[in-house]
Design a protein around this ligand. Structure first.
Ligand code: PLP
Length: 414
């Protein structure tokens, strides 16, 4: 890990922070959540590490990253680089290094858990209708292969009360429910769900829980072991500033036997670290630089200050845009993190094509990057914008987005 920048303090948050990333300074980037944006200093650490690897690639990958000698896999002489990085990452999410493994991304983690599940014909996988599309497809695939089925729990949107989520979940269990897949922060709708309460409900029914926390580390305060879940999958390349291609899979001790990565390699049946730490030759720098992303938060930005800025800006955007377009914002604070999903004026259309046109126009004509999608809501089908807020954003970005949308409404009406 690169030395801490403890003596250095981040300046005031907002657009003045932009030089810490390679982002185009002219652009309004309101889409941090989608694929993350890696800070310059993390990219520099990654570049230094790549240089180090290239000085002696086989020594680095086969002996330092981890031991690939099959006779030593179960007893590495000293913690490998990947285990040391896992320990540093674990402390950021309240866990122990031994309790988590790196995966390339949240998709890989979800695949590992669902594809390792001993499902029989007629069994059920519970999934929220707010689940990320790729995760829903993985569940469908696994169910199809085993003759099982996916039961989708419909949550209202907007969601004004945690109890609504709990009640809907409570009504969805059956004697055949074998797992519940729950989002910690939903993707399109940007809701922070009451995961500990939902997990307690599942536990009371004897149903194990896989949490998709792709948007959680860095975005919300996170202490995985305290949530009472069985598996927790997360991305570090979104809100924890790791280089792209860095996820983690946490598993409760009793859930590790029989848990395999989707790519089987040398570590099969030796232990879950060995199985996940080596899934064939790949670039390990996203994993090994994850601690640099975390240090950027904890030692430079300040974790609490970062989250407070992002959350306050998200709330400000939701309230301002809600008032401007006549749809008051009522989502509780506890259900909001660093992103908000707000309805746009009806004049902008309702279809996928309308969403793509608007997204393209905002980006090409106004330099504004935001996620736009159609969704049915209490006001009928409208387009929604999911806006992500990071320390390089400020209220002027919200205003530029609002002004551009209003301009587009005028164009549509002309
Ligand atoms: C809730 C959620 N789950 C899973 C994923 C998949 O992440 P990845 O593409 O890094 O595997 C995403 C990506 O945006 C997501 O939002």
């Amino acid at each position: 890990m690169q030395a801490a920048h403890a003596s250095e303090q981040a300046g005031p948050f907002g657009r003045a922070m932009l030089p810490h990333w390679r982002l185009d300074p002219q652009a309004v980037y309101l889409n941090h959540g989608t694929v993350g944006v890696t800070p310059r200093r993390v990219l520099e650490a990654q570049s230094r590490l790549r240089d180090e690897i290239e000085e002696h690639p086989s020594r680095f990958l086969l002996r330092e990253l981890m031991s690939l000698d099959p006779t030593r896999l179960d007893q590495p002489a000293r913690p490998s680089r990947i285990r040391r990085a896992a320990a540093q990452v674990a402390s950021f999410v309240g866990a122990r290094g031994d309790d988590l493994v790196f995966v390339d991304n949240a998709s890989a983690g979800v695949n590992a858990v669902l594809r390792s599940l001993p499902l029989a014909a007629g069994d059920e996988i519970l999934l929220l209708d707010h689940a990320y599309g790729a995760v829903a497809r993985t569940a469908q695939y696994v169910a199809r292969e085993r003759g099982a089925r996916v039961v989708t729990v419909t949550l209202p949107f907007p969601l004004h009360d945690e109890a609504e989520a709990i009640d809907r979940l409570a009504g969805a269990f059956s004697a055949r429910t074998r797992i519940a897949v729950l989002d910690h922060v939903t993707s399109e709708t940007a809701l922070v769900l009451p995961i500990a309460r939902m997990a307690a409900l599942c536990r009371a029914r004897g149903v194990p829980v896989l949490v998709d926390g792709a948007h959680a580390p860095g975005a919300i305060e996170l202490d995985i072991p305290s949530l009472g879940v069985d598996w927790y999958v997360a991305n570090l390349h979104k809100w924890a500033f790791a280089p792209r291609g860095c996820g983690v899979l946490w598993a409760a001790p009793e859930r590790r036997a029989g848990l395999h990565p989707s790519v089987i390699s040398w570590g099969l049946d030796i232990g879950w670290h060995q199985e996940f730490d080596w899934t064939g030759t790949r670039d390990p720098t996203p994993f090994l630089c994850a601690p640099d992303g975390i240090a950027f938060i904890t030692e430079f930005l300040g974790a609490a200050a970062m989250r407070a800025h992002n959350h306050a800006l998200a709330r400000h955007a939701a309230r301002t845009l809600g008032e401007r377009w006549g749809r008051p914002w009522r989502t509780p604070d506890a259900m909001t993190g660093c992103m908000v999903t707000v309805p746009l004026p009806a004049a902008l259309g309702t279809a996928v094509d309308d969403a793509q046109r608007l997204k393209g126009w905002l980006l090409d004509e106004r330099g504004i990057e935001a996620a736009i999608h159609p969704r049915a809501g209490p006001h009928g089908d409208v387009l929604y914008a999911r806006l992500s807020f990071q320390v390089y954003n400020d209220a002027s970005d919200v205003e530029r987005f609002a002004a551009a949308v209003d301009e587009r409404v005028r164009i549509a009406g002309a």
